[in-house]
Design a protein around this ligand. Structure first.
Ligand SMILES: C[S@@+](CC[C@H](N)C(=O)[O-])C[C@H]1O[C@@H](n2cnc3c(N)ncnc32)[C@H](O)[C@@H]1O
Length: 236
């Protein structure tokens, strides 16, 4: 089965930003970080280029990295900056070479600790990490990945304290976190309007009544939401 972000109901519902929060969350990250004109940014897991389109304005230089060649081809049409096919766990970038890394709803899909180490390595001293992804509001750290019937940012999500601890343990400092459940609910509501209910949305995604029930049950159990985290590498 395709991962959630490549399924037709999600692609039709979300357009070029393959995640909840869409452009509004990228704009909020920019508002908080205030990257200057000329800053070198990386969109790590850039997908179809929806986030990159916003990052690459006001004189900022953006490189997009993603594993998926098809999505990179879509991103290329946006013409927002250089694109490289790469695994986030092995970034083809020199140590301390970028001002900030943006990783929007890609980190949960990766080997998270390896990827955070790579982010830390390539961000310059004083530079920043911007991470947004799904987290689970129920307690308990790592949780029931196998409750979700499809590979997605939900299936590898943890609670927010676990995310923050991982980011700090790698060495990032000044960690600021925001919850964006209102944006998450907005995306869920759009799927309900398009399909009649969340159950019907999941059925359209997974193509099966029982698997759709499992997805709804996993959501009820884990109570997902959306976070935005900004952290700094110290000036050393
Ligand atoms: C939910 S999509 C989000 C895409 C994009 N950030 C956006 O905002 O629309 C997740 C993206 O992460 C990419 N991805 C997943 N694992 C990856 C890895 N190990 N290395 C690079 N990209 C990866 C996928 O190919 C996909 O484009």
């Amino acid at each position: 089965m395709k991962p959630l972000y490549l399924t037709t109901p999600v692609r039709q519902g979300l357009g070029a930003c393959l995640r909840p929060g869409g452009e509004a969350l990228t704009r909020r990250a920019i508002e908080l970080l205030q990257p200057k004109a000329g800053s070198i940014l990386v969109d790590a897991g850039c997908g179809a280029g929806g986030g990159m389109r916003i990052l690459a304005t006001e004189g900022r230089k953006v490189f997009g990295l993603d594993l998926d060649f098809g999505l990179l081809s879509e991103s290329q049409k946006e013409n927002t900056g250089p694109l490289v096919q790469a695994d986030l766990a092995r970034l083809p970038l020199a140590d301390g070479s970028v001002d900030a890394i943006f990783c929007e709803c890609a980190w949960n899909l990766t080997k998270k600790n390896e990827v955070l180490s790579e982010f830390y390595r390539v961000v310059r001293p004083g530079g920043a990490l911007v991470l947004s992804d799904i987290y689970l509001r129920c307690s308990g750290g790592t949780l029931v990945a196998n409750g979700w019937p499809i590979r997605s940012c939900f299936s590898y999500a943890t609670d927010l304290a676990t995310v923050e601890n991982m980011v700090r343990a790698i060495g990032f400092e000044q960690v600021v976190v925001e919850d964006h459940i209102h944006l998450f609910k907005q995306t869920a509501a759009e799927f309900v309007f398009a399909h009649g209910s969340l159950h019907e949305f999941w059925k359209a995604v997974v193509g099966d009544e029982q698997l759709a029930k499992r997805a709804c049950a996993a959501a009820t159990l884990t109570r997902p939401s959306l976070f935005l985290l900004i952290a700094k590498r110290s000036n050393e």
